[in-house]
Design a protein around this ligand. Structure first.
Ligand code: SAH
Ligand code: SF4
Length: 356
């Protein structure tokens, strides 16, 4: 399998063209064919000399993702399933409006992208980690989800959240390269402030991303306000307990002048009591973070249930009473199994059955 031409930055192309004795402006032409004209074949690149096209065809592939299916939901959230060159699957979800995440930009479309196939972190409530970790996505495989979602829907994507399958901060080199493909004027041209990375709490990588010059936003999957509760549902907490996580988050807020979002899924009988709400309020206030509350989605084979609506509201009200900005998110796309990873698991289980 050849590397994808979509993974080439201007610097990569400059090296390549110099080696071939081609003028450097060919790099701009190639990027324009890829990202603006959205070529699906190297043969279309009509202003390149035939010898260069032949070389590109022999050395690079173009698209790495093949569209398998789209699932639509009543509220017009759509989920796209893609097959990769090695028969793995990834998915992304196009969300028409996300007021909880983007306030006044509520009319703008958000795409939730995957960063890995599977996930090594094994949070107890999450479908993505059920089958463990398979591999990291490459930068072009990440950026191509945006390209294809725009092409398939005919709609422009304005915001990107790294909240699909995988732990983006466990794939930092490719994530940073994907930022370049997504934000560059020659690439997708989406501003860094419109990208939100969600992490389960990899403290050292949070510090590394804090040192990265782009103004990327950060969301943290907290889901527990004490080590005892968090250890029960998120094994990652044993490696980086809350004290270390919050040190890294304070470092982030010092380096970047923007609010962190704490994501908190409400699970009945586990983390949805008012004692946790009180501790969560303290954490959020010391960080000046906002809180997104999401009743957990049921996952086949897992025992967790969402609390009833009055309990969810009581949890939210307790935060607000303590002076914390908190939203209770009525899950978009709940009716299409929007909990990350579920569509892909179904596809791969089906595949396995076919083989058996
Ligand atoms: N690995 C990163 C990003 C991907 S998960 C992270 O954990 O932050 C995206 C979000 O979906 C996370 O906040 C995750 O906790 C949440 N999630 C996972 N399983 C869920 C479920 N069953 N119901 C609701 N949210 C879930
Ligand atoms: Fe991985 Fe995030 Fe799911 Fe945890 S919640 S298993 S870190 S994808």
């Amino acid at each position: 399998m050849h590397p994808s031409l979509f993974n080439q930055t201007p610097a990569d192309l400059a090296d390549l063209l110099e080696g071939l004795g081609e003028p450097s402006y060919r790099g701009r032409q190639i990027l324009e064919w890829l990202w603006q004209k959205r070529s699906t074949s190297i043969d279309e690149m009509s202003n390149l000399p035939a010898r260069l096209r032949d070389h590109l065809k022999a050395s690079f592939s173009l698209r790495s993702l093949t569209h398998v299916r789209t699932q639509g939901s009543r509220d017009s959230t759509r989920k796209f399933l893609f097959r990769l060159h090695d028969e793995c699957h990834v998915e992304c979800v196009l969300i028409p409006a996300s007021p909880a995440l983007h306030g006044e930009r509520a009319h703008r479309r958000t795409l939730c992208v995957s960063s890995q196939v599977g996930c090594a972190y094994g949070c107890r409530f999450c479908a993505s980690g059920l089958d463990g970790f398979t591999r990291n996505l490459t930068a072009d495989e990440i950026a191509e989800q945006v390209l294809l979602a725009e092409e398939l829907s005919g709609e422009k994507v304005h915001n990107i959240v790294f909240m699909g399958m995988g732990e983006p901060l466990a794939n930092l080199p490719q994530l940073l390269k994907a930022f370049e493909l997504i934000t560059a004027p020659w690439g997708l041209g989406i501003g860094a402030r419109h990208l939100t990375v969600s992490t389960s709490g990899l403290a050292p990588q949070i510090r590394k991303l804090a040192d990265h010059p782009q103004q990327i936003r950060l969301a943290v999957s907290l889901h527990g306000a004490s080590d005892k509760v968090r250890n029960r549902i998120m094994p990652v907490n044993r490696k980086w307990p809350l004290s270390e996580l919050f040190d890294a988050l304070h470092y982030w807020t010092k380096r970047k002048n923007q609010k962190i979002t704490l994501e908190y899924i409400l699970i009945d009988g586990v983390n949805a009591d008012l004692a946790q709400a009180g501790l969560l309020a303290q954490h959020a206030k010391s960080l000046r973070a906002k809180v997104n509350l999401i009743p957990c989605n049921p996952v086949e084979g897992l025992p967790w249930k969402r609390p009833d609506e009055p309990q969810c509201r009581a949890f939210r009200d307790s935060l607000v009473k303590n002076g914390v900005s908190a939203t209770l998110r009525l899950e978009k796309g709940h009716d299409i199994d929007a909990a990350c990873g579920q569509l892909r698991l179904k596809e791969e289980k089906k595949g396995r059955k076919d083989v058996d």
